[in-house]
Design a binder for this molecule. Structure first.
Ligand code: AMP
Ligand code: MG
Length: 567
């Protein structure tokens, strides 16, 4: 929504927000889980951006923003929340984690605080899941401030977030939802002139984030490592009841395991599988998280904690988006393996509240991670190339069930394995040719397979022409064979490809330009660019010809942009 400046004292209409503090209620018996905290208000805060779509998830519309501007400022820039007329202190939760592969001990919300939760109007799609994903969402949404000041878990930090990283988080998380990738969301962003000291003096901002739950792998690791087993058992049951209810009702009589063991194993498997699915989706749009520590892994399978993240411009499987990641632990191509490593760390934490007999079954959860990753990876990348992976049913032109059946047979018997192999070869070609990842697939989606010279637009982007030409011949062959087998016309192939090959992603240089303008680096601060980017990234698979320049490769000045952990 376009933000108009508003008078400081808008008539105080009763706020439409029906706050609760479910986390405190859930953990009332476990004081080790959290601390009450007070937000450090921003001085003279300015509302920089507001996401209408995220607001709709908590039942707010545009007129609410105008009518309740003053109340919203107290909530989201000052951390003041009322529940049944009583002021409700926010909460910082304790967690732990492995950072860069090393046990980091106790951590916690060092600069984030949970204001409480609100009734949900969101569907699975609003969190970036597919309509087909079987996601159970609780009927409340958690609301968290990031950058709202120190907490008992701040360690040496100042509890603040700078404007630069807050704009990146705001745009990054909303862009992921546009792409159809599960994520926490950003409701709004307030900024002020309060100084914050990083490598240079910057200014403070607070992003309000929404999620069905902000629980991380690190929450489970915290209770497990410090032997808070009652609290851990309690957490797992709450998590299952609220977000994974199917694991409590699954029939397990034949397993020989106790009810307790059985549901925990099923819960672990579901979390691992969601995580594998998520990371495969990241790969498919070239998203690099940058800091995949276990405290930054969501138990809901959401992308969480946007720091030095980035999207691939030029394809390079070894790309490291976090300038501080000297070993390349979190490079693009390592993300799947790191996800598996993180699931192992989570398994070890689960292990502490499982019986001896049940523990070996944790391996099934790790397998579930791998198979969810592989299935989603193949599905997405096959679709990106306009191909159909084995075992997937297709939109068949013929209504005749007999023909349909024989075609599926064909796919499984013949094209399936070869497509898997072909996808691997295609990734090798991309690595040698290093085209712009997003533009390559977008242009491929529009390239006819009929005429050999049609590929010139993509051929112009590659470094290794011989590799590309050999690949192109093989590609045309396999794609044409499959199209005739499936009786697809070029329009069907193109529609499938355009639905998975975005035209617009949040390239670093686009975020950087919005940041520079918001900071007023070259004149008066202006926030229109954030608004425009939010608008474009809402519909990344649409053409939006008026925003063509946002689809372009980075300009020369932006090639050396680096993003570090400092935020
Ligand atoms: P991150 O790498 O941003 O996920 O942060 C890792 C841990 O450090 C978390 O516990 C954060 O809450 C904490 N943290 C990061 N930056 C700050 C800061 N400026 N002040 C206090 N705590 C911070
Ligand atoms: Mg974090």
């Amino acid at each position: 929504m376009k933000i108009e400046s508003h008078p400081a004292h808008v008539a105080a209409a009763t706020t439409p927000l029906n706050w609760k503090q479910g986390f405190a209620e859930d953990f009332a018996g476990f004081p080790v889980a959290y601390r009450r905290v007070e937000a450090e208000a921003l001085h003279e805060p300015r509302l920089l951006c507001w996401s209408d779509e995220a607001a709709a998830c908590i039942g707010l519309n545009n007129s609410d923003v105008e009518r309740h501007a003053h109340d919203f400022e107290s909530c989201f820039a000052q951390g003041q929340v009322e529940y049944l007329g009583q002021s409700l202190a926010p909460i910082a939760s304790a967690y732990a984690g492995h950072q860069f592969g090393v046990w980091a001990g106790q951590l916690g919300d060092g600069r984030a605080m949970l204001l409480g939760d609100l009734p949900s109007q969101a569907s699975a799609l609003d969190w970036g899941f597919d309509a087909l994903d079987s996601i159970e969402l609780s009927d409340r949404i958690e609301v968290q401030l990031k950058g709202s000041g120190q907490t008992p878990y701040s360690r040496m930090g100042d509890g603040r977030a700078v404007l630069r990283s807050s704009i990146r988080e705001f745009l990054g998380s909303e862009a992921m939802i546009g792409l159809g990738i599960p994520s926490t969301r950003a409701l709004c962003l307030y900024a002020s002139d309060d100084p914050v000291f990083r490598e240079t003096t910057e200014t403070a901002a607070i992003v309000t984030r929404l999620a069905p739950s902000f629980l991380r792998f690190g929450h489970i690791e915290f209770f497990a490592h410090f032997h808070h087993h009652d609290a851990l058992n309690h957490l797992l049951r709450k998590l299952a009841q609220k977000h994974y209810p199917a694991v409590l009702s699954a029939c397990h009589e034949a397993s020989g395991l106790s009810d307790d063991d059985f549901y925990k194993l099923a819960l672990f498997k579901s979390i691992a599988s969601r995580s594998g699915d998520l990371i495969a989706r990241w790969q498919s749009v070239g998203f690099c998280h940058g800091v995949m520590n276990t405290d930054n892994m969501s138990l809901m399978g959401l992308t969480i904690d946007y720091g030095p993240f980035g999207f691939l411009d030029q394809y390079d499987e070894d790309h490291v988006c976090n300038h501080s990641d000297h070993q390349g632990r979190y490079s693009y191509n390592n993300q799947a393996a790191v996800g598996a490593w993180n699931c192992k760390a989570l398994a070890l934490a689960f292990r502490t509240v499982l019986s001896e007999e049940a523990a070996p079954y944790l391996a099934e959860g790790l397998q579930a991670y791998r198979s969810a990753y592989e299935t989603r990876w193949q599905e997405r990348f096959a679709a990106k190339f306009g191909l159909m992976p084995a075992g997937l049913k297709t939109q068949h032109k013929s209504d005749d069930p007999q023909t349909a059946q024989s075609d599926e047979q064909d796919l499984d018997d013949d094209a399936g394995p070869s497509i898997h192999h072909f996808l691997e070869q295609s990734m090798e070609m991309l690595q040698r040719c290093k085209p712009d990842f997003t533009l390559f697939f977008r242009r491929l989606s529009k390239t006819s397979l009929q005429a050999p010279q049609e590929c010139s637009e993509i051929r112009d982007m590659v470094l290794d022409l011989a590799s590309f030409d050999a690949w192109w011949d093989a590609y045309r062959d396999i794609a044409q064979r499959q199209m005739s087998r499936l009786r697809w016309d070029p329009g069907q192939r193109q529609a499938m490809m355009l639905a998975v090959n975005p035209k617009y992603i949040l390239r670093n240089h686009l975020a950087e330009l919005a940041i520079r303008r918001a900071r007023g680096d070259h004149g008066q601060p202006d926030y229109d660019e954030i608004e425009r980017l939010l608008h474009v990234l809402r519909k990344p698979y649409d053409e939006q010809p008026e925003f063509e320049s946002y689809a372009a490769e980075p300009p020369q000045w932006a090639k050396g942009l680096s993003v570090s952990c400092s935020s």
